[in-house]
Design a protein around this ligand. Structure first.
Ligand code: NAD
Length: 477
């Protein structure tokens, strides 16, 4: 039963955590149990489901220290690990605000034949599968799970094999709420476990890379189930001629370097109007040099180790490719091995162009390549010249000017005079463009609505049409 696996500690490089990957039979049996428990869960009144989920939030608070410690070991950072554990209650409050409107069964009447009225019945998908990545292990395991549970679904979660430690203490919190424990299960493992999961669920919420997202989308198509794919990006920032270069540099640095650039909404390429280019780059380099590593003390500094070792190779390859094609490293630029962990200091690159991987491929690290543009049209064209379309940022002298440019960008979430606001704003609905994803919005009321199928119940109070109405000679007349 199951395969033994090990996880690497990002601060030491040691393979110091062992766990068992669920195999096909484990997934099949677990999903069957979740499916059996779902009708009882869905039959509970909404308020009762919320009351149970609130008890789960209480249990997470009771186990907060253990979960945060495990997440911290998984990700090599402290503050963001602790903040992941505090997301359950605010998320429930948000879904509670939307639920009455989203779950209301609407009624109506046919315009053409007033004797026919209809009711829209909402039927939750019985079993939702969630497949999540390593960059925010708990947050991204629960981000779709909580609204699915509110909707009345059971949920099967396949977290990343890179960061499995948080599941054990989180499971202890789940076990303290027996009504919930029967409708939510974690299946540890790698892509094989994820692929098995797709065969046993009714809908998939996937967060991860484009390459895996494509495989997941294809498998879901074969299984004839909906797939919501939240994938990677190469988010651009535009700094217009009217912007304050110091404010723009300081803010965009944060939006690129936070979480060591390992966030889907991290800004990864910068286009600056030529009139501001020199002061912007000077400020960016000055501030980037000041950002400390969180090494050796995890409770100090800002930039943590790279969570996934392979990421260090990708970053080094992209920097080498850029330098070989003429880029200049203004600060940073090295992958450093410290205490067994892989670290990259904020790296500013100039003399870059779209022939370089650093401007076209997702980097997922604290790397800031800066290009200048001379006309607004050129800046917008460069920002849109990407196979991705997740999010973007515009800095301008006024919000009106920034909004006008934001309207021209091909991405789902655009921050104006700030960066990466999609990490702070859960109310606005958004759809990814191009390879960054497909499916309905995860945010806003639509994030709850996607877990229901709508049925039309059509009631005739008058006389049903007789067949003679469809006689050919009737039509001629
Ligand atoms: P990944 O695609 O390598 O893995 C994601 C998950 O898919 C893991 O749990 C993995 O085990 C599983 N998996 C692998 N092969 C599978 C298969 N054949 N079938 C089913 N499941 C399979 O992604 P990652 O490296 O863990 O995460 C980083 C990526 O996630 C980046 O590209 C980042 O941009 C993206 N991301 C996107 C968002 C968003 O909201 N758009 C948020 C966070 C991260």
């Amino acid at each position: 039963m199951g395969r033994p696996m090990k996880a690497r500690n990002p601060r030491t490089g040691a393979l110091d955590y062992e766990f068992t990957a669920a195999d096909e039979a484990d997934v099949a049996a677990g999903c069957e149990a979740l499916r059996a428990a779902q009708p009882t869960w869905a039959a509970r009144p909404l308020e009762e489901r919320f009351e149970i989920l609130e008890r789960f939030a209480d249990a997470v608070e009771r186990h907060q220290a253990d979960i945060a410690q495990a997440l911290s070991t998984d990700t090599g950072r402290w503050l963001l690990a602790a903040s992941e554990t505090r997301g359950v209650r605010p998320a429930l409050e948000r879904w509670r605000r939307y639920a009455p409107e989203v779950l209301a069964e609407t009624r109506g009447q046919s315009q053409a034949i007033p004797s026919i009225r209809f009711t829209q019945q909402l039927v939750p998908y019985p079993l939702v599968g969630v497949i999540s990545p390593w960059n925010f292990p708990m947050l991204l395991s629960l981000i779709d799970t909580l609204p699915a549970l509110v909707a009345g679904c059971s949920v099967a979660i396949k977290p990343s094999e890179v960061t499995p430690r948080f599941v054990e203490p989180l499971q202890r919190a789940i076990d303290e709420v027996p009504e919930l424990a029967s409708v939510i299960s974690f299946f540890q493992g790698d892509g094989r476990t994820g692929a098995a999961l797709i065969e046993h669920v009714d809908l998939i919420c996937f967060t991860g890379s484009v390459a895996t997202g494509r495989k997941v989308g294809e498998a879901c198509a074969r299984a004839f189930i909906p797939a919501f794919l939240e994938l990677g990006g190469k988010d651009p920032a535009l700094v217009l001629a009217s912007a304050d270069p110091v404010k723009a540099a300081d803010t965009l640095l944060r939006a690129s370097v936070l979480a060591t650039g390992q966030a889907c909404q991290s800004l990864e390429r910068f286009y600056v109007h030529e009139s501001l280019y020199e002061p912007f780059v000077a400020r960016l380099v000055e501030k980037a040099r000041e950002v400390p590593l969180n090494y050796p003390d995890i409770h100090k500094g800002i930039v943590g180790p790279l969570i996934f070792a392979r990421q260090a190779e990708i970053i080094a390859e992209q920097i080498a490719d850029a330098v070989a094609k003429g880029a200049t490293i203004r600060c940073g630029g090295e992958v450093e091995t410290l205490g067994g962990g892989k670290y990259v200091r904020p790296t500013v690159l100039t003399e870059v162009d779209h022939q370089m991987q650093i401007m076209t491929e997702e980097t997922f690290g604290p790397i800031l390549p800066v290009m200048k543009f001379s006309s607004l049209d050129e800046g917008v064209r460069l920002a849109n010249d990407s196979k991705y379309g997740l999010s973007a940022s515009v800095f301008a002298g006024s919000l009106e000017e920034g909004e006008a440019v934001a309207r021209r960008l091909q991405a789902g979430g655009i921050s104006v005079n700030d960066g990466s606001l999609t990490g702070q704003m859960f109310e606005a609905e958004k759809h990814s463009f191009k390879l960054s994803g497909i499916g309905g919005s995860r945010m806003g009321p639509a994030g709850l609505a996607r877990f229901f199928r709508k049925k039309a119940l059509m009631m005739q109070s008058g006389q049903p049409l007789p067949i003679e109405v469809f006689a050919e000679d009737q039509a001629r007349a």
